[in-house]
Ligand binder design. Sequence first.
Ligand SMILES: [Zn+2]
Length: 344
Amino acid sequence: MPMSLTLIHTERFAEHQTPPGHPERPERAEVMDVVAGRWKSRGVEVVPPSAATREQLLRVHDGDYLRRISETVGRAVKLDPDTYTSPESHEIALLAAGAAVQAVNHAMSGPQRRALAFVRPPGHHAERDRAMGFCLFNNVAIAAAHARANGAEKVAIVDYDVHHGNGTQHIFEDDPHVLYVSTHQFPYYPGTGAAGEVGRGAGAGFTVNVPLEVGAVDEDYQTAFSAVILPVLSQFKPDLVILSAGFDAHERDPLAGMRLSTDAFAAMTGELRGVAERHCQGRMAVVTEGGYDLQALAASLDAVTETLNGSPQAARWPRSGVASDRGRAAAEAAARALSPFWRF
Ligand SMILES: [Zn+2]
């Protein structure tokens, strides 16, 4: 079986500037450059993105919102308490969304194709009509909508960023064709993502929230995956797996309070690759979100790329050895809320 891993990245992602001291700082793109260069030297294809088109953006964002963001071209603007533009941000955000679309195009172009888009700014907090939480365009939502418009009947988005992806959830909450699954610290920014938020109308049951108490360790996430996330994914049977890959649940991350090891990110990614192997011929697109400790970001990006580039194998979960029942509590709450829709 031919395997193909493509990395979609450009050093231009550093041109999205933020105020001094802001966590979403351009050095994150420089870390991505180093990791991408390392994998390129090992034979992984690295391609630059092209900008997302207006048609692609309009699948998830309002036209009026696109106009407001386009008016930031050439200017530094504060869009919300956390979200800033520099003169180049609009162009760079279009490249980030375009990279996510390209990752989907690569994954959908044949069996055993995986792609990672190393992008900034992140996307999962961006709502249909509002920039939020460092995010301008919802990269992953744009990618999922693109997949749906190009032949994917069912798309699963899994988001292991430490923050809940409010924007992604809201964009697809009434759509049974796009499953949104999130693990996140809760309660925490942005405030959404309670276990009882399961989707609406025809989309009821197709939003899966596993809110974890601060301090969760590797074993807690393993429990969330084995008790809730993997059972739902195996019943949903996606045609494409998209991963919102944020690394801010890492134990080194300065923004949040989770205690995941680098190996846990490889394990979660390996579990999702397994889902893709079983249900959709390995088709998987990974798009970066948060991750604010540069050392943890580099190590985690490397581990995730390694997981996607090597031969498929059972996910190897690390042991923290810390006693914690946060995972069990979260899994029970999620399973209770979702039991009308899925078997556990
Ligand atoms: Zn985050």
